[in-house]
Design a protein around this ligand. Structure first.
Ligand SMILES: Cc1cc2nc3c(=O)[nH]c(=O)nc-3n(C[C@H](O)[C@H](O)[C@H](O)COP(=O)(O)OP(=O)(O)OC[C@H]3O[C@@H](n4cnc5c(N)ncnc54)[C@H](O)[C@@H]3O)c2cc1C
Length: 361
């Protein structure tokens, strides 16, 4: 079987490596960061994501490291309940934990950290990749799983347009046993009555909670230094007078790990492959956070691409089938994500009552 080079060890690169490992396909994974640099916050995973994960990891171990969400409760910012919905096996886990679990099955000699690769050209229809010290790398198959701002994708598709989404997020994980027990297994989301501003909170474990806010970037402005103090000030200014649960979380949180996510999307999807390169996860299709489908989509990409590689057909045919199988579903999530964004921007009294913050196909 051919040699596969996977670029990027986020959820998509690591899940691809897990599927290849399981199916005895030779590969090597190259990752820019160091092994211990596990940034990121949390993921909401719908049931389907758990099903794909259970193919490659010990799912019972995963269950001990995150938590299931039983109910979605939607509030007005003053604390009035707007709607409640039962959730069907929706799981929440921190990004660092999921990355750690996905890394466990990858033998140390099959992953190189501190290895940033750039695409410098093609020879014999194969990508030439270069490390920062200019050493080059050639592989039969290249899996570009280098994230939403993929350098490899931008080198191949130079005409693409990435545009800022009218929504950014602040995300934070804090230790707070009292609030964790107070919110139980519920996913609470508060929405300002004028629209364009939300606060969500969920329990990651008995001692940790994840909270996030979403804001319309044309109405709410954050100091672009993005320091912990700037983020704290932004949260106090905009959420300090919300109902007591939100305002107390905002006031009492440590902001050392708070992060601001600027959200971008591709104006138009590119093909999911080019010559011997296949794009996976966010590198193929950045999805806006409203969909909660980024991780599940990355897992499905890896699963389907591996199944097709096992058929040992011509590579172009394999990649075309991969795109045919994956693109329609991704287009549905993009469409749903844009609908959820439009709804988020509207005043509460114009929003549909019983939506979920998840895109289902
Ligand atoms: C605010 C926010 C909230 C979100 N919430 C959810 C959620 O609740 N549920 C959900 O399913 N999804 C969510 N998502 C989406 C989710 O984060 C992504 O879809 C998912 O992490 C994609 O993983 P990935 O592996 O494709 O990319 P990434 O996680 O970006 O990984 C890319 C990896 O490639 C490495 N890399 C980059 N360039 C190079 C290079 N040149 N050479 C070597 N290595 C390189 C990077 O260091 C990184 O490790 C959210 C996203 C945002 C922004």
């Amino acid at each position: 079987m051919s040699k596969v080079a996977i670029i990027g060890a986020g959820v998509s690169g690591l899940s691809m490596a897990n599927y290849l490992e399981k199916n005895n396909i030779d590969y090597h994974l190259y990752e820019r960061r160091t092994k211990d640099d596990l940034k990121g916050h949390g993921f909401i995973l719908p049931k389907e994501g758990i099903e794909y994960l259970s193919e490659i990891i010990d799912i019972n171990e995963l269950y001990t490291k995150g938590s299931f969400l039983k109910k979605y409760i939607h509030y007005c910012h003053n604390g009035n309940i707007l709607s409640e919905k039962d959730l069907d096996n929706v799981f929440v886990i921190s990004r660092s934990t999921l990355i750690e679990v996905l890394s466990q099955n990858i033998p140390a000699d099959k992953i190189s950290y501190r290895s940033t690769l750039n695409l410098t050209g093609f020879s014999d229809e194969k990508a030439i990749l270069e490390f920062e010290d200019h050493k080059s790398l050639k592989a039969d198959i290249v899996i570009a799983s280098d994230g939403s701002r993929s350098r490899i994708r931008r080198t191949v598709f130079q005409d693409e347009t990435m545009r800022a989404v009218r929504e950014n997020e602040v995300v934070n994980i804090i230790e707070n046993e009292e609030i964790a027990s107070q919110i139980e297994s519920n996913f609470l989301k508060f929405h300002h009555e004028e629209g364009g501003l939300t606060f969500g909170v969920l329990k990651l474990s008995s001692t940790k909670i994840l909270w996030y806010c979403q804001f319309d970037i044309t109405r709410y402005f954050i100091n672009e230094d993005y320091t912990a103090d700037c983020i704290k000030q932004f949260m106090l200014d905009n959420f300090g007078d919300w109902n007591p649960l939100v305002s107390s979380i905002v006031k009492e949180s440590s902001y050392d790990n708070a992060h601001i996510w600027r959200v971008y999307e591709l104006e138009k999807l590119n093909p999911f492959h080019y010559k011997n390169i296949a794009f996976l996860g966010d590198a193929a299709h950045p999805l806006i956070p409203f969909t909660s489908q980024g991780v599940t989509s990355a897992l499905k990409d890896s699963y389907i691409l591996t199944q097709l590689l096992l058929e040992k057909k011509d590579l172009t045919e394999t990649f075309e089938k991969y795109e045919q199988e994956r693109k329609p579903e991704i287009e549905t999530h993009i469409k749903n994500g844009r609908i959820l964004l439009e709804q988020f921007l509207l005043p509460l009294n114009q929003q549909p009552k019983d939506t979920l913050p998840i895109s289902y196909k």
